[in-house]
Design a protein around this ligand. Structure first.
Ligand code: FES
Ligand code: FES
Length: 157
């Protein structure tokens, strides 16, 4: 049986009907058309490509039921891009993507890191991104892009 819920996604409240077993990843991607929220591992919680920020913390949206997210703030890559976050141009500048499938998950995880730690070390960036898998092997570039974005954020303050 479908249940009526409201989800606050990227500052906008969206009403929809969900089945109790639907994951947040499925609902965001397939029901709301927020296509940055990928599924690279078949929803097994192993790849990080479905990462979103939920009430300020990065979570694997394939491991969360959508109906448990009412009243929580959800942030995806689309919201991060709309806010002109420096991670977006730095990811382009440092060529952090090949196929690009993993990229939204990396950026969302990095955004959550910079929100809680505006001046991370390279090791802290690596640790924060450790749960994100890239099939194309772009790992070294992410650290450079995140450190550069963190510098820009601090300069802008
Ligand atoms: S789809 Fe969620 S961790 Fe892979
Ligand atoms: S760029 Fe292809 S999976 Fe990461």
């Amino acid at each position: 049986m479908l249940r009526e819920i409201k989800l606050a996604v990227n500052g906008e409240v969206r009403g929809l009907r969900v089945s109790p077993e639907w994951t947040l990843q499925y609902v965001l991607h397939d029901e709301l058309g927020i296509t940055s929220v990928k599924d690279m591992c078949g929803g097994k919680g192993e790849c990080g490509s479905c990462t979103v920020i939920l009430d300020g913390r990065p979570v694997l949206s394939c491991m969360v039921l959508a109906m448990n997210c009412e009243g929580k703030l959800i942030e995806t890559l689309e919201g991060i891009a709309k806010a002109n976050h420096p991670l977006i141009p730095e990811y382009v500048k440092y060529h952090c993507m090949q196929c690009g499938y993993c990229t939204p998950g990396f950026i969302v995880t990095a955004k959550a890191l910079l929100d809680r730690n505006p001046d991370p070390t390279a090791d802290e960036v690596r640790e924060a991104l450790a749960g994100n898998i890239c099939r194309c092997g772009t790992y070294p570039q992410h650290v450079k892009a995140v450190l550069s974005a963190s510098k820009q954020l601090r300069r802008a303050k």
